[in-house]
Write a protein that binds this ligand. Structure first.
Ligand SMILES: Cc1cc2nc3c(=O)[nH]c(=O)nc-3n(C[C@H](O)[C@H](O)[C@H](O)COP(=O)(O)OP(=O)(O)OC[C@H]3O[C@@H](n4cnc5c(N)ncnc54)[C@H](O)[C@@H]3O)c2cc1C
Length: 506
């Protein structure tokens, strides 16, 4: 029997999916007071391990948003890998250089707690099923525990994972390649096998890492058995057999706590927005979950989108601001996919790829090469095309380096200056600040201007001013920032965007 549809309710933004990306987007939108409904089909979080590391850029972002303290201390490793070859990421120019070991369920629980504290009720057991554009709204049907609910929202964002319903409803294509190589992964209690970091045997690839609680995560791939990836978790017996063939060891006596198989397929949405529907995270891009990119890239999507969507909802965005989300983030995902596909070739190929591995191993010894790859793995190399007047300055479009600035209030780390979510104008022009201050004045209620001085060796040395977006990316480095203010901060003399954390800076 079809149950009656509950009458329409309304919200500003409806987010489908309370995975890490949906939760991060919720937290970002709440910084600006946007009314969010977060619908999640599962009754409870999965508690699965999945992604296990946060990179340096994610840690910087958590600091910029005032979320880092909620995570507490986390172990940090400086050695990552590229295609299974060791890569030192400890030299990356960030206070958070390294790979921070935080299980995905912990990231989700921290973000969920913050979302709830910001006044959002996570609607568990609610599945987004249909969406129809209607004028300047989208009417979304959500199947909930008491039957279907209709919600009228200004924007619908699909953070609903690789099989995204929202992507489908929006008619966004998801081209790419299917997996033809299979890897097994399992968390197993009660086994005693040596730790292995990407060990290659004649039969395949094996990884084993014993956690402090005694559980061992094993991962195994057989070179000679290309195969797709089934929908269901594999039987433990399959993992045991593959492990035996690759390592000669028997783990059959262990107790599997989590079983997973995945492959080397990758897909990228052909656009991130269709009218009032947008997608982020795995809904927009999927690739082999090796190399530590997947979760981090999704979180960065949410941070790029959050302040832009808030500006649009508040009516203070210039035309095109929301489209810049896709034009900026899609190339980042395309680059990550190319990087991961290259790693898959090096990692999952048999003896025939050894010469290529040897060459890459030698290249990784060259400081310029290893720095380029370490920056990519750490997420600090992203550069958006911000169309700025400042020409080719190396900072334009990049994230503001996490330095300490000297201000009237004393030394301040830049993360602290970004914490209230406003655009930031760092005025380095000194007492003769004329043009910077004059250009900024019409935005004084919205853009925070901080007169400051840099320290020796600063990346900002010699610049008169630096305009930084709420997501930490630099969009102007000139002493006359008016054009960039108009482009990124909307028309002057409108109401401030910030309604929760910040306030007027006039
Ligand atoms: C088994 C597995 C292992 C992984 N291992 C790693 C790893 O080792 N390293 C790594 O970096 N990454 C890994 N990943 C990838 C990483 O987990 C993802 O990149 C990350 O979870 C993406 O977050 P997300 O929020 O975009 O999507 P998801 O985490 O997939 O969250 C999507 C959420 O949307 C919900 N949802 C779906 N459809 C609807 C709907 N119609 N209505 C409402 N809710 C809906 C889902 O229930 C889910 O909670 C793994 C992924 C999987 C699936």
């Amino acid at each position: 029997m079809t149950r009656p549809v509950v009458p329409v309710r309304s919200c500003e933004v409806l987010i489908a999916g309370a995975g890490p990306v949906g939760l991060m987007l919720t937290v970002q939108l709440r910084r600006y007071g946007v009314r969010v409904v977060l619908a999640e089909q599962l009754d409870e979080p999965t508690g699965e391990s999945r992604a296990s590391q946060l990179n340096a850029r994610t840690m910087e972002i958590l600091d910029e948003c005032g979320l880092l303290a909620d995570f507490g201390p986390a172990p940090c490793e400086r050695i990552g890998h590229f295609g299974g070859l060791p890569l030192d990421v400890g030299g990356v120019d960030s206070p958070y250089a390294g790979l921070w070991k935080v299980p995905q369920f912990r990231t989700e629980s921290v973000l969920a707690r913050r979302a709830v504290r910001a006044g959002v009720r996570i609607r568990r057991g609610h599945r987004v099923r249909a969406a129809v554009p209607e004028g300047d709204r989208v009417v979304v049907t959500v199947d909930g525990p008491s039957g279907p609910v209709r919600l009228r929202c200004r924007y619908l964002v699909g953070c609903d994972g690789g099989r995204s319903t929202v992507r489908e409803l929006a008619g966004i294509a998801f081209p790419g390649t299917d997996a033809d190589r299979r890897l097994y992964r399992a968390d197993v209690a009660g086994i005693d096998v040596p730790n292995r970091r990407f060990e290659r045997t004649s039969a395949g690839l094996a990884v084993a890492a014993r956690r402090p609680d005694g559980v061992t995560r094993v991962m195994v791939h057989e070179f000679s058995r290309p195969a797709g990836v089934p929908d269901e978790p594999p039987p433990f017996a399959e993992v045991v057999a593959a492990w035996r063939r690759v390592t000669g060891e028997d783990i059959a006596a262990g107790t599997p706590l989590w079983l997973d198989s995945f492959g080397d397929g990758s897909r990228l949405a052909d656009r991130y927005r269709a009218g009032r529907m947008l997608i982020a995270g795995d809904a927009a891009h999927v690739h082999m979950p090796i190399g530590g990119h997947a979760l981090n890239v999704g979180l960065h999507d949410a941070v790029n989108l959050g302040w832009k969507l808030a500006a649009v909802v508040r009516g203070r965005a210039v035309p095109g601001l929301l489209d810049s989300y896709g034009t900026e983030r899609r190339p980042v995902a395309a680059r990550v996919i190319a990087d991961v596909d290259a790693q898959a070739l090096l990692q999952l190929g048999g003896p025939e790829v050894e010469p290529a591995r040897e060459l890459v191993r030698e290249l990784l010894d060259l400081p310029g090469v290893s720095a380029r790859i370490a920056d990519a793995l750490s997420g600090v190399d992203v550069r958006y095309d911000v169309g700025a007047d400042g020409g080719e300055h190396p900072l334009l479009g990049r994230r503001l380096p996490h330095e300490v600035l000297d201000t009237a209030a004393g030394p301040v780390p830049v993360a602290g200056l970004l914490r209230d979510g406003d655009p930031l104008l760092i005025d380095l022009s000194g007492p003769a600040s004329g043009s910077v201050e004059r250009d900024w004045a019409p935005w004084a209620g919205y853009v925070r201007r901080v007169p400051a001085a840099v320290r020796p060796g600063s990346a900002l040395a010699g610049l008169p001013a630096v305009l930084v977006r709420p997501d930490g990316h630099v969009v102007a480095v000139s002493g006359a920032p008016r054009t960039a203010l108009e482009r990124w901060c909307g028309p002057p003399a409108q109401h401030p965007l910030v309604s929760i954390n910040g306030g007027s800076h006039g």
